[in-house]
Design a protein around this ligand. Structure first.
Ligand code: PSU
Ligand code: MN
Length: 310
């Protein structure tokens, strides 16, 4: 049997050897979620936010068939500027690697890679979910099923208002995924700090979230947790401002026949245009906020594993 083509960056390998906490980061947000050059600036900033908490960042991507756990600056630049990079979810990861391809990992694929590398905490912007009109399109992100089966705690700013938030919460409940709002009762809606929906669970400290993750492991439960961290109030775009913009973007997606993997990137780009860039400013603020919380959870989890010996 040939070895799995997976390599750790020097920084991540050193952190693993020293038993230091690590936070995984996805790369689809770089290639499909934000325009160049902001995507590169944010990728670097988010890594530095994690380092500032004395935690090691591991941005994950497939480059020329190899699964990279941690990227160096040249690799970040390559992804940020590349055109036509594949978007890899659970369904695409093995095929991309087997054919020597290059691709960015979504939440689902990043969770798979993080778990393989022994990383338990992952910070991102928003997860995929149940799209509006899913009763006709059947468009439900593989991210939700991944949360049900892979034991990684994902810190996100809730579900984007381009999704059907109510149905997304229902699927997460069906799949047995703990959905934890941080410091408030409402489930946050990405660019907006609150939504009309109450989150099933609420926790106020990184230590509680780490203990819940640890307890799931002790119970032998397979999946992860969704930590829904509201965007800082200063950076939010109120839901009423966004509602007509989202409706317009959705209408444009439908009239252009956008389907499958292209839907989320199309909507994000269209909303960026329609808000004249304001959606991106908010997106950057919430990703950094999530990275900082993920770093704290990873540090708590490491302390907990040390104390309990597992
Ligand atoms: N939400 C964002 N930015 C993103 C994504 C979601 O605000 O870049 C990406 C993530 O990688 C997520 C993926 O896992 O989109 C979901 O895509 P889909 O809906 O096709 O499963
Ligand atoms: Mn989809």
């Amino acid at each position: 049997m040939t070895a799995l083509p997976m390599i750790h960056s020097t920084e991540v390998a050193a952190a693993k050897a020293a038993g230091k906490p690590i936070v995984a980061l996805e790369s689809t947000i770089i290639t499909h979620g934000m325009p160049y050059p902001q995507n590169l600036e944010v990728a670097r900033q988010v890594e530095n936010d994690i380092r500032a908490a004395d935690v090691t960042p591991a941005t994950i991507a497939v480059i020329d068939g190899t699964l990279h756990i941690g990227l160096d600056d040249a690799q970040l630049q390559l992804l940020a500027q590349a055109k036509g990079v594949a978007k890899l979810s659970r369904a695409d990861l093995a095929a991309c690697m087997a054919t020597g391809g290059t691709g960015a990992t979504t939440v689902a694929a990043t969770m798979i890679a993080a778990h393989l590398a022994g990383i338990q905490v992952f910070g991102t912007g928003g997860i995929g979910g149940v799209h509006r009109g899913a009763e006709n399109s059947f468009d439900i992100s593989a991210d939700l099923m991944e949360l049900a089966q892979t034991p990684v705690t994902v810190v996100a700013a809730g579900a984007k208002a381009i999704l059907d938030v109510d149905k997304t919460l229902e699927v997460l409940e069906t799949q047995g995924v703990p959905v934890i709002a941080v410091g408030q009762d409402a489930f946050p809606a990405f660019w907006s700090a609150t939504s009309p929906f109450k989150a099933p669970l609420r926790m106020d400290t990184p230590a509680e979230i780490a203990r819940a993750h640890h307890m799931r492991g002790q119970l032998g439960l397979p999946g992860g947790q969704l930590v829904a961290n509201p965007i800082p109030l200063d950076d939010e775009i109120p839901a009423p401002t966004l509602a007509p913009i989202i409706a317009q973007a959705q209408k444009d997606a439908d009239s252009h026949g956008i389907r499958g993997k292209a839907v989320t990137p199309y909507l994000l780009q269209r909303i960026f245009e329609l808000t004249e860039g304001r959606s991106l400013t908010a997106n950057i603020a919430l990703v950094r906020n999530n990275a900082r919380l993920a770093a704290k959870i990873a540090a708590e989890l490491m302390a907990l594993s040390r104390d309990t010996g597992n």
